[in-house]
Write a protein that binds this ligand. Structure first.
Ligand code: BGC
Length: 271
């Protein structure tokens, strides 16, 4: 993880859910590299969260870890309280925490369905609502940020690409699209920007089994015209920019960062 650095986010405080590993960790490190103080949320991986905090503080940044299961309302409220008690307020919330519990539709249990919807979709709703409440309670700080606050939802290419064997996951990401757009419409008059980042295949633990062997990696690359798996830092750098004043006129958008995965590569020499 080696993000670019700047003062784009200096004086701002951010909370990144699910940032003990993977894309969330890279986003936390990138926001800190651009000057933000960061709350590193984790659900179970305390050691991972501590490692991310250490990367940030060793580089001279501000960060601390908070445990919370984003699917639990009480946990989310307690996490926001800890964040604002320590930092005073928040300017950026990245609703990133997400899981996959894969099963064919014919075999999927209600528990498998519910778990993914609870974490990926309800978890983002709860964090988005608390973020908007904190931003409006705090009021404008135009010297620090043009917007009252910035919310970034971590979506996926699967908000538009159907994904057999992952109906719970794809449905959660499709839901995030309307959660983001409807909230963006509702919150724009408050000067709160809400956007999504939709990553493709990024090298993180969530898709390790799809890249484990050279044959699997080769098969995965047939879905990626740009011919490389994404780096978590790609997403971190985009999140830092999207949260900054340089992106102040962007709201209600999903930015796909996928090496062309949504370009229907199967049609390049077919159809
Ligand atoms: C999934 C990954 C997958 C990628 C592209 C992501 O949302 O979590 O497992 O590799 O989409 O299919």
């Amino acid at each position: 993880m080696s993000p670019t650095t700047s003062n784009r986010l200096t004086g701002q405080f951010a909370l990144v859910t699910g940032s003990s590993s993977g894309i969330g960790a890279a986003v936390a490190v990138a926001l800190a590299a651009h000057g933000a103080g960061v709350v590193v949320n984790y659900s179970r991986d305390a050691a991972g969260a501590d490692k991310v905090v250490k990367i940030i503080t060793d580089a001279g940044g501000q960060a601390f870890a908070v445990q919370a299961d984003v699917s639990q309302e009480a946990d989310v409220l307690a996490m926001f309280k800890q964040a604002t008690d320590r930092f005073g307020t928040l300017h950026i919330v990245v609703a990133n925490a997400g899981i996959q519990v894969d099963a064919p539709l014919l075999d999927m249990t209600l528990a498998q369905w519910q778990k993914v919807i609870d974490v990926n979709l309800t978890g983002q709703f709860l964090c988005l609502r608390e973020a908007a409440r904190e931003f409006t309670k705090r009021g404008p700080q135009p010297d620090i940020s043009k917007a009252l606050g910035k919310i970034i939802c971590m979506s996926s290419v699967h908000e538009v690409i159907p994904w057999a064997g992952h109906v719970n996951y794809a449905t959660s990401k499709g839901g995030i699209m309307q959660l983001m757009k409807t909230s963006a419409q509702e919150l724009a008059p408050h000067k709160i920007r809400v956007n999504s980042i939709a990553p493709g295949a990024i090298a993180t633990p969530i898709n390790l089994t799809a890249r484990d062997t050279p044959a699997e990696e080769k098969a995965l690359l047939t879905l990626i015209p740009y011919n490389r798996v994404g780096d978590p830092a790609d997403i971190g750098n985009l999140a830092a920019w999207l949260a900054s004043d340089e992106a102040d006129y962007i709201t209600g958008q999903t930015i796909f960062m996928d090496g062309g995965m949504t370009l229907y590569p199967g049609f390049a020499d077919n159809g």
